[in-house]
Design a protein around this ligand. Structure first.
Ligand code: GUN
Ligand code: ZN
Length: 431
């Protein structure tokens, strides 16, 4: 067992933050030998219970759950900052040509390593990631994540139509490959597999049907896709699937709406779509930096709250502009402001932080496993330095309460504030 003494942030079941200014986090093996949180709370109350356990004291630092990125494309690490009129020209001019380079397995392995370094530098310890349509792109990412002991979920992209040579796959083979990858990687250590139809317009009916069949045959796999991101995309999806009630309903019609199904964007929804999300247990990966960068629109937080469906935060790199959870939370704050019907503050800092940690875990069906530091959670956490830059140090020193402290980090923080990343109780090597 080992213990860490610092300020300690975690979340209650209702999503509110729990904060101990002088906290103790005790980490040790569970019955399966996995390093988990054994105790969390105030140092004064807990330390007497652990005589002989080595305590590392981190004065001035904050221990917080590792961040979860609910939607990110590892092959788009180098696509960040590619300006386009909107989603469809961005895919055609930058993204598909770039993803075609992942036909080269050595190139894919190189980017996988850079991508995981970036997640780690930014304090992201779990991600739900798209690979490319090339099956070896999944092997490249999974092998590297396994080596680092990360809890990572990823999948081979399915796109058998409306896609250029180099990224387009073949219907039957794509489904055979997906099943082989599920068998190879799903539940191998901390890894998980996500069935990954790119988006309805890039998938034939046969491919979507096959994906839905696999999702039923392997019910604890994840599903990831995109929906209702951009007006032109929606028009196209509606033309291709006129029999479905809405774009989102296409996925329902092919058996792709269930718990552990994570849909990126979910911007242009009506209430029937929101009810479908709620009733199936699917979740939205809200991707504010991407939506602002590509001019896609604003996620309707009020609508999500009113109907009550699961949602959490995502970078959506490379449509998204940053791996940094602080930047994503700040963009979500702006988006929350934009969509407000009543005057007042936007999303609270505690809620923004929850959406990128415990709330994201709930969206993945991994509540109590990652994204929090309650007893039993896997010991993935970050050590935050609230004095990492001169301005951040001034601002956090003057914070009068937890909300002011968290908001200072959200507005002024970046990767410099991530002092250390701990994966399953062990400090991750510096990239
Ligand atoms: N829709 C289909 N593919 C993509 C992608 O790679 N990024 C985003 N943002 N939307 C998509
Ligand atoms: Zn995406």
């Amino acid at each position: 067992m080992q213990a860490f003494r610092a300020a300690l942030l975690r979340f209650a079941d209702d999503g509110s933050a729990l904060y101990d200014e002088d906290g103790l986090l005790v980490v040790g093996p569970d019955a399966q030998g996995r390093k988990v949180v054994r105790a969390a709370g105030s140092h004064a109350a807990l330390h007497g219970n652990y005589p002989g356990v080595r305590i590392e004291h981190l004065p001035g630092k904050i221990i917080a759950p590792g961040f979860i990125d609910l939607h990110v494309h590892f092959p788009q690490t180098d696509v960040i900052g590619s300006p386009a009129e909107g989603l469809l020209p961005w895919l055609e001019n930058y993204t598909f040509p770039h993803e075609a380079r992942f036909a080269d397995a050595a190139y894919a392995r190189g980017v996988a390593s850079v991508f995981l370094d970036e997640l780690q530098r930014n304090g992201v310890t779990t991600a739900l990631a798209f690979c490319t349509s090339h099956p070896h792109s999944v092997d490249a990412l999974m092998e590297e994540a396994e080596r680092r002991g990360l809890r990572l979920i990823a999948g081979k992209v399915l796109q058998d139509r409306h896609s250029p040579d180099g990224v387009r796959d073949e219907t039957e083979q794509s489904l055979v490959d997906t099943e082989a990858l599920i068998r190879r990687w799903h539940k191998k250590g901390r890894l998980g597999y996500a069935i990954t139809p790119r988006f309805a317009p890039s998938c034939s009916e046969a491919q979507l049907r096959g994906a839905g069949e696999l999702a039923a045959r392997y019910p604890d796999t994840w599903i990831q896709s995109h929906v209702a991101e951009n007006k032109d995309e929606i028009r196209w999806a509606r033309e291709l699937f006129p029999q479905s009630r809405s774009y989102l309903a296409v996925y329902q019609d092919f058996g792709l709406m269930r718990e552990r199904a994570i849909y990126a964007h979910c911007i242009h929804f009506d209430d029937e779509d929101r009810l479908l999300m709620r009733d199936t247990g699917a979740a939205a990966a809200v991707s504010p930096t991407s939506n602002l960068f590509l001019g896609s629109g604003f996620f309707d937080y009020e609508g999500a709250r009113r109907i009550g469906f699961r949602h959490g935060l995502a970078s959506d790199v490379g449509g998204g502009t940053s791996f940094c959870p602080f930047h994503t939370m700040l963009a979500a704050y702006y988006v929350g402001r934009e969509g407000q019907t009543k005057p007042g503050l936007s999303l609270s800092p505690q809620n923004l932080w929850w959406q990128h940690t415990a709330g994201a875990a709930q969206a993945l069906g991994l509540e109590g496993v990652v994204g929090n530091l309650q007893p039993g959670c896997e010991a993935d956490f970050v050590v935050i330095d609230p004095a990492a830059t001169p301005l951040l140090a001034r601002k956090t020193a003057n914070a009068r309460d937890l909300d002011e402290l968290l908001f200072s980090l959200i507005v002024l923080g970046d990767d410099r504030a991530i002092d250390r990343v701990v994966i399953e109780g062990a400090a991750a090597a510096a990239p």
